[in-house]
Design a protein around this ligand. Structure first.
Ligand code: AQP
Length: 329
């Protein structure tokens, strides 16, 4: 059976890019294979953060995932720091990681450039921890947004180099990117991706925004010159809105173009506004219910960690054995 793994940061409120690029594919993964999903609190410590709010953010992000349709009976959902195999494997696979490759990671360059105070070694090492997250489960598939391609390539290189040096111990995973929705753009600056830290407030649609706020953001979305509802490199605003509606409906962008072409931008924006607001409303309602009981969310996370550890422990034992680390088995 296909084993699917992905991690999500507990930073801030999740946005429509996270939802369409990743979260809906986690939910679909439950029907396609064995889904293992992790809220990556250790990754969140690599940039400036408030320790007092981190546990709450983990709880909130978990409640959002449950509200979106993750079912702890049908997947493994847990908190990264509960399974110490992730950090141990990070160190062990370091010996199969190229320093030069790490220096070429775009995300490190972007984020270190924006850090106002300390640029931590943790931020530099982020992709190795991400590789360990996936490799600890011998996952075959990693559903992520387009911005994670370079990190997925790195984890594949690490797994291949590890296996070449120490024997066939790790599975080389494949990235899985949505056909539509893998790169949702900011509604105000449609040449930049929608982002938790780098986006504009009006251009970032949060999953938990009230329906009126969502509709308002779409109505004020930046569009392009012209009036045709078609995609094109000179039309980043309209292209983004077409992709969003196609992803929400689960259809090809061509179907959206065919339906709305000739109707003008105003009517199209209103339709996207209404459909996205309607699409996210049930998630917001379920989240409101779940967030009343943080103790239950915590219980689910701990139970998930037990299941995750049971999978990761034997993999770590194989890695140690192959590397000659610790006593012989
Ligand atoms: N704009 C996006 N379009 C499609 N997918 C996206 N993802 C992120 N942005 C987009 C995907 O969402 C998943 C979870 O991302 P994360 O854990 O990195 O969460 P985050 O840090 O809060 O999200 P951002 O917006 O990516 O934060 P910034 O920009 O501040 O670093 C991943 O699979 C990601 O690819």
């Amino acid at each position: 059976m296909t084993r699917i793994f992905s991690g999500i940061q507990p930073t801030g409120r999740k946005h429509l890019g996270n939802y369409l690029g990743a979260i809906v594919h986690y939910v679909a993964g439950q029907d396609r294979g064995e889904g293992i999903y992790c809220v990556v609190d250790l990754h969140a410590t690599t940039v400036h953060y408030e320790p007092a709010g981190l546990r709450e953010s983990v709880n909130d992000t978990t409640a959002t995932l449950l509200a979106a349709g993750l079912d702890p009976e049908r997947c493994v959902l847990f908190r990264q720091s509960d399974v110490q195999e992730h950090t141990e494997l990070t160190w062990l696979i370091s010996s199969a990681t190229s320093y030069g490759d790490l220096t070429r990671m775009h995300q490190f360059k972007d984020k270190s450039g924006k850090q106002r105070d300390l640029v931590t070694a943790g931020l530099f090492y982020y992709p190795v921890l991400m590789a360990a997250d996936v490799l600890a489960y011998r996952a075959n598939e990693v559903p992520v947004g387009d911005d994670q391609r370079q990190h997925v390539e790195l984890m594949r290189d690490i797994a291949e180099r590890f296996n070449a040096r120490f024997g066939e111990v790790l599975v080389v995973p494949e990235g899985r990117y949505a056909a539509v929705g893998a790169r949702i753009m900011d509604l105000q600056v449609p040449t930049d991706k929608m982002s938790t830290t780098g986006g504009t407030p009006q251009g970032t649609v949060h999953v938990l925004d009230p329906p009126e706020a969502i509709a308002k953001k779409f109505r004020s979305a930046v569009t392009d010159s012209g009036s045709q509802v078609v995609r094109g490199p000179d039309k980043p605003g309209i292209t983004n809105l077409i992709d969003i509606l196609a992803a929400v409906r689960g259809v090809a962008p061509e179907a959206v173009e065919a339906e709305f072409d000739g109707g003008g931008y105003g009517a199209f924006k209103q339709a996207v506004a209404d459909e996205v607001a309607e699409y996210l409303a049930p998630v917001r309602e379920r989240y409101a219910e779940l967030s009343k009981d943080p103790a239950e969310v915590e219980r689910l996370l701990r139970a998930g960690a037990e299941k995750a550890r049971a999978i990761a422990q034997p993999v770590l034992a194989d890695v140690r054995e192959a590397m000659g680390v610790g006593p012989r088995r």
